[in-house]
Write a protein that binds this ligand. Structure first.
Ligand code: HGY
Ligand code: MN
Ligand code: MN
Length: 443
């Protein structure tokens, strides 16, 4: 009896030690995970490395999607993903996908990333911060031999600046017409996707369905000046504006600039100029944070001594409400009719296929970002994004959210775009710890 009792006690003690050791190991590993921090220096140096692709002699960036600079920048990034063990592949929309196994690969992946293409003459932080920050998360997990429960996916979306093409394709929102639309590079979207290793003829196969991704996170610069002005370190994005583009054709009559009296003219540029002012008046005529821009214009034939016969412009309207965008556009159309009559010209609007719907981000993920940032000692602000992002499409098939860091001077889409090393490090730490929090909570 005594012997049996002894063995029982001994095994209970042994069990207790193992259990205690196990709990200690779990708390140790939880504490170790909480203590993980990114390597800010590596982030900053990679930002400057990537900036070199497409940088011209006077330090201006031209890594426009589908151009040689984009192809080279993508190759550089893909090599880093390869070295980090992510086995990068390119899906049929040209998105670069890296995968890291979890302990339980039956779970859906936690995905994160951004884009590395730029606007013409753009900045070095828009998209690249979220891409390099995402890679930094993988580097740290590798260095610490930490394996998450969930598998992880790093996604670099293609042609974000030209209409968030890669993320739209991933949610099945790219039409045939959308593939025929001309991109900033001069190639059609379909030609461009092929140029970067995608396969537009089979674009459907890149589609992810609802439930395929457990959660999506994107770290991004704010691109506005609110965080800097209010001295806030981390922005928690609540919603992302919708964006609609129109090509505007103004048709007048090219004629001799000397021999044609002022009241005999059909001056397309005069009409276009009145329309640009009308856009500004309509957009600013109602309360709210909507924005409207005519960002590009081409005049034909373009000579001192010829009255412009044709003008082609690009109109963009953005707001968190799709209905408000439609209402504002109808008002602009009314003004265009009056201008066309007064100038004896024709004004046609051609709505572009690749528009983005407004999107709210996932409330639970917002709270996780907020709590994580607070636990890291950062100030936070819930806010909307006036810029469009891939997140607004991924949010259609998965819980999605964004982490913002300040843009110095609120400048973006400009060579003057800048974010400090410490703000980038803070943002990447929030990204890292939020991913671990989601993984732990098995949200
Ligand atoms: O245009 C935008 O809002 C984004 O930067 N692509
Ligand atoms: Mn961006
Ligand atoms: Mn941008």
């Amino acid at each position: 009896m005594r012997r049996r009792q002894f063995i029982q006690n001994a095994s209970l003690t042994a069990l207790g030690i193992i259990a205690f050791g196990g709990i200690k190991a779990v708390t140790r590993s939880a504490a170790a995970a909480n203590a993980l921090r990114v390597n800010g220096k590596r982030i900053e140096s990679r930002i400057f490395e990537l900036a070199k692709f497409g940088m011209d002699a006077n330090g201006h960036g031209t890594r426009v999607a589908f151009t040689q600079a984009d192809i080279e920048g993508r190759a550089w990034f893909t090599a880093l993903m390869q070295r980090a063990g992510l086995n990068p592949t390119i899906d049929t929309a040209g998105n670069i996908i890296g995968k890291r196994k979890g302990k339980n690969n039956a779970l859906k992946p936690i995905a994160f990333g951004s884009h590395i293409d730029m606007v013409p003459d753009g900045g070095n932080y828009d998209g690249t911060l979220g891409s390099i920050g995402a890679l930094e998360v993988i580097e740290i997990l590798n260095e610490q031999n930490l394996v998450t429960e969930h598998p992880l996916e790093l996604i670099i979306f293609s042609n974000e600046e030209g209409g968030t093409i890669g993320s739209k394709a991933m949610v099945g929102d790219i039409s045939k017409e959308g593939l025929q639309q001309r991109s900033q590079s001069g190639l059609t979207m379909g030609e461009g996707i092929r140029a970067i290793g995608g396969n537009p003829d089979n674009i459907q196969s890149c589609i992810r369905k609802k439930g395929d991704i457990h959660a999506w996170l994107e770290l991004h610069i704010e691109q506005g000046g609110i965080l800097e002005k209010e001295k806030i370190q981390i922005g928690v994005v609540e919603g992302i504006v919708g964006i609609v583009h129109w090509e505007v054709m103004v048709e007048g009559f090219a004629n001799h600039a000397g021999a044609t009296q002022m009241n005999m003219r059909q001056d397309a540029l005069l009409a276009a100029s009145k329309l640009v002012i009308a856009v500004n008046e309509v957009i600013t005529s109602v309360k709210g944070t909507q924005v409207g821009t005519v960002g590009k214009i081409a005049v034909q034939p373009g000579a001192y001594n010829v009255i412009p016969g044709k003008v082609q412009m690009g109109l963009e309207i953005r707001d968190l409400s799709a209905e408000k965008i439609e209402m504002l556009f109808k008002e602009i159309e009314k003004r265009a009719d009056l201008i066309a009559k007064a100038t004896k010209t024709k004004i046609l609007f051609e709505r572009q296929a690749n528009e983005s719907k407004p999107a709210l981000t996932d409330k639970k993920l917002q709270q996780t970002i907020h709590a994580t940032a607070k636990s890291l000692g950062f100030s936070t602000k819930f806010m909307q994004s006036g810029a469009g992002h891939d997140t607004q499409h991924v949010g259609m098939i998965a819980p999605a959210a964004m982490i913002f860091i300040p843009s110095v001077g609120g400048i973006s889409h400009s060579p003057k775009e800048f974010s400090t090393a410490i703000d980038m490090e803070n943002g990447a730490n929030v990204l890292l710890q939020t991913i671990l929090a989601i993984d732990k909570a098995n949200q």
